[in-house]
Design a protein around this ligand. Sequence first.
Ligand SMILES: CCCCCCCCCCCCCCCCC/C=C/C(=O)SCCNC(=O)CCNC(=O)[C@H](O)C(C)(C)COP(=O)(O)OP(=O)(O)OC[C@H]1O[C@@H](n2cnc3c(N)ncnc32)[C@H](O)[C@@H]1OP(=O)(O)O
Ligand SMILES: Cc1cc2nc3c(=O)[nH]c(=O)nc-3n(C[C@H](O)[C@H](O)[C@H](O)COP(=O)(O)OP(=O)(O)OC[C@H]3O[C@@H](n4cnc5c(N)ncnc54)[C@H](O)[C@@H]3O)c2cc1C
Length: 675
Amino acid sequence: MVHHQNKAIREGDNPDLTAERVTGTFDTHSMAAQIYNSEAHARRRREITEIIAKRPELHDTKPFPFMTREEKILESSRKLTLITKHMNEIIEPNNSNEMFHLNNEVLGIEGHPMALHGIMFIPALTAQASEEQQKKWLTRAINREIVGTYAQTELGHGTNLQNLETTATYDVATQEFVLHTPTITGLKWWPGNLGKSSNYAVVVALMFIKGKNYGPHTFMVPLRDEKTHQPLKGITIGDIGPKIAYNVTDNGFLGFDHYRIPRTNLLMRHTRVEPDGTYVKPPHAKINYSAMVHVRSHMITGQAIMLSYALTIATRYSSVRRQGQIDTTQPEVKVLEYQTQQHRLFPYIARAYAFVFAGAETVKLYERVLEEVATGNVSLMADLHALTSGLKSVVSHYTAQGIEQARMACGGHGYSQASYMSEIFGVAVGGCTYEGENMVMLLQLARYLVKSASLVKTGQSSKLGPLVAYLGAKSDSTSLIDRTPTTGFAEYVKTFQHIARRQTLKAADKFFGLMEKGEKRPIAWNKSSVELNRASRLHTRLYIVEAFVRRVEEVADPRLKEVLTDLLHLHVNYELLDMSTYALEDGFVSSSQLDYVRDQLYFYLAKIRPNAVSLVDSWEFSDQELRSVLGRRDGHVYENLFAWAKASPLNKTDVLPSVDKYLKPLMESARASKL
Ligand SMILES: CCCCCCCCCCCCCCCCC/C=C/C(=O)SCCNC(=O)CCNC(=O)[C@H](O)C(C)(C)COP(=O)(O)OP(=O)(O)OC[C@H]1O[C@@H](n2cnc3c(N)ncnc32)[C@H](O)[C@@H]1OP(=O)(O)O
Ligand SMILES: Cc1cc2nc3c(=O)[nH]c(=O)nc-3n(C[C@H](O)[C@H](O)[C@H](O)COP(=O)(O)OP(=O)(O)OC[C@H]3O[C@@H](n4cnc5c(N)ncnc54)[C@H](O)[C@@H]3O)c2cc1C
């Protein structure tokens, strides 16, 4: 038995796909260790996949696209119950990375009845509930004695939290908060698993004490009877209906009618209300936004995974799909041979790697800030908020674009739900909206950048934090890309820094200039906001490049280093071309330098070509996790597409009731009228 670098090779696979794997120059298990940030985790992922493969009760009973929403929810609940019961036989207790993988394999990406329980409810209680409150609720939540969600967004307001309409008014006499929804637009709207599954929620409401509005605060609120699951008196609750995707998650609505909860249900780790109504303010005004920051920090990795699902499907399929000739004397080629196909897919493969490396850094910073905040040190909260606001926006935007490119790269079959592309796209694109609409979050980062620009303009660059220190540096007069014998990544980084710095300072100038001309601050802000958001995007893309460079520098294995270096070359050249307007407009990069960049791009497309399949295989998604006929590991696409179509519910009978009822009579009457 030959040992190949690509560990996905099996006997009996489609030879076109095997041929791709044989050309791989690096060990895909070692690359998986880079992607999943440790050899141990990559190995555990494989072990978990194997365990699941041997347990048919954890497999889908039929393809998701053939199920109704109700069937999917039932099936998901069945499997959720099983994995909850047998969790300790499959994953390490309380290991959230392993849990995430288990969920993706068994439950899939369309959601499940406890999705928000793990991703927001428990994190909100962990970060915001006092020790005493945690003893009361957190243990029960972890044991799944209760199921919870995070209910913040309303029908009328999602972005502007200060204008939420749900109120929590403190009643000193009874030491209770009275939750109330005054209007239809004040109904909570969107919270995942609120509609039908959760019996508790962390609810965000404007807190009023003795007539004073203290702004949004978080409360632990029972919603349903723990025994009967019936809504409690004073609660109106239900599902908001089908969405573009994520339909196994019951996003819900919720209204309160003068609904009373004890004072001690205000989450009181950082904020307190004493029995007499005295308010004790937190060490940072936005400390109770932590559940959002938790998701924003983790979703970078989540988005990279979605993008890689789509790229795995498209790259494997492009290796077995033959269409047309390049040399007319030769047989039809794999569509992956076309430069246009490579240009469609490979830069996104590079972006997916860049995103997962940036995501790992973000989670590290998040964990550090979480620890520090627990001890009362809130100094890094602003940096983390700025970083995650930019990353969540940029990464989700390019992820959606990349998935759509991958879908189109699969031609007609990409449009079939057999590819699973539409669900992957629908789930991923939700990330552009949830946890803060992308434009809004870019503007949050812009606030941070404008403050930093102001430090630069007032000669205080030494006060800049490490993420923005480059704003205080001076650019060379022109980029040295292709002008020095060893054009390394440093020249590219300097060029991206120049572009981000120039745009940031320019946008800040516009904003300050408008104010100097007499515009009020919010008006000046609005009139500068497109330019400000451009700065936020460029700053974030610079960060992503730097995270990629940092990772490649750390890699010791020469084979991995070589292919990751190729990917990084592709990434920096593609990114620079994509933002070339900014580079050209002040002459920092010339058009002849851009020709060099373009040549480099084409060179690296060709260099990556033999490793393309290995680069997507390295994500080690099982067929169960991918749920795509086109993306199958074995490459046997056509026979399985035919089997999939035959299994379609419409093919259960040769003649549908609709034909009997309508089409047959219609044709019969048409024939009769001709007689
Ligand atoms: C390999 C292993 C894999 C591991 C695991 C991978 C996991 C993958 C996870 C996948 C995840 C999938 C999850 C799917 C579930 C989706 C669930 C969705 C849930 C939701 O959507 S919940 C609702 C979210 N809602 C929002 O995000 C609302 C957006 N709006 C806001 O956040 C705020 O309104 C605001 C930030 C825009 C403005 O707030 P506010 O009005 O209070 O602000 P002010 O104008 O008063 O003040 C602005 C200043 O405040 C600072 N600020 C704001 N937020 C923060 C913060 N969080 N931290 C620190 N500072 C903050 C600003 O910076 C401003 O400061 P300045 O100094 O004044 O400039
Ligand atoms: C799949 C999914 C899951 C969700 N899960 C949850 C959940 O579990 N819990 C929960 O509480 N919520 C949840 N949400 C709600 C989500 O957080 C909000 O929809 C999101 O924060 C955007 O708010 P919005 O809908 O009010 O958009 P809006 O703010 O109304 O946005 C509409 C447009 O206005 C623009 N805009 C708004 N304000 C500004 C501004 N200040 N400056 C410039 N432009 C602006 C936006 O950029 C956008 O183009 C979920 C949403 C989705 C799609």
